[in-house]
Design a protein around this ligand. Structure first.
Ligand code: PAN
Ligand code: ZN
Length: 191
């Protein structure tokens, strides 16, 4: 192994994570998605329009300290998804494949309750429950979207994935997911 010139080496660093609140106080990047960013993703478009008109509430946030988008690096973030519903459908993230579809991801749930919905371009669909302490492994080639099914708490996850993975949202905007998560008659149903 040859070590690069010291001047070319990235230096070790650390960040603080508020595990309970689901935020990184000193994050270099803080992405927010509101109801109006979610057009086209929910089954009930009228309910989404009403939600946008009634104040366009926050859906989710992603806090990260970006690392170089290169193979060999680990990109990581805190993803915090608010509770709520659009009509009967629970709040969820947009969902994506990775641009390098062969890259996996780990989600460690820190707080809340929900599901990770996953699908492949070949038509497979799967989901895993998310609760505090559950680690969900999203294998290569699986698109992934998280869903918050708790009535009052955010769904907070620590996510880590290869630095060069990238995000491909366009395919999900066209394909959608074959399953959705609803509250029906007081029960959580995936249909
Ligand atoms: C996560 C997601 C985060 C937000 O960090 O990016 O939960 O979801 P969307 O990206 O689908 O809006 C991840 O899976 N990164 O690869
Ligand atoms: Zn991902």
């Amino acid at each position: 192994m040859t070590c690069p010139d010291p001047a070319d080496l990235m230096q070790p660093f650390s960040v603080d994570i508020d595990l309970q609140q689901g935020l990184m106080p000193n994050a270099a990047s803080h992405l927010t998605r509101h109801a109006s960013d979610m057009r086209g993703h929910y089954a009930d478009t009228d309910a989404l329009a009403r939600l946008i008109d009634s104040g366009d509430p926050l859906h989710y946030e992603v806090f990260e300290v970006p690392v170089p988008a290169q193979a060999g690096q680990w990109m990581y973030c805190i993803s915090t998804l608010q509770p709520g519903r659009v009509g009967d459908e629970f709040f969820m993230t947009k969902g994506h494949y990775h641009t390098l579809a062969e890259t996996a991801e780990i989600y460690l749930c820190l707080r809340g309750e929900g599901y990770m919905l996953m699908k492949t371009a070949g038509g497979q669909c799967a989901w895993q429950a998310m609760t505090r302490g559950k680690m969900v492994y999203v294998p290569p080639y699986w698109a992934h979207r998280s869903v918050n099914t708790h009535e009052g708490e955010p769904l907070v996850s620590f996510c880590v994935y290869p630095g060069d993975a990238g995000h491909n949202y366009g395919n999900i905007e066209r394909e959608g997911f074959p399953r959705r998560v609803f509250l029906r008659g007081g029960e959580i149903v995936i249909e």
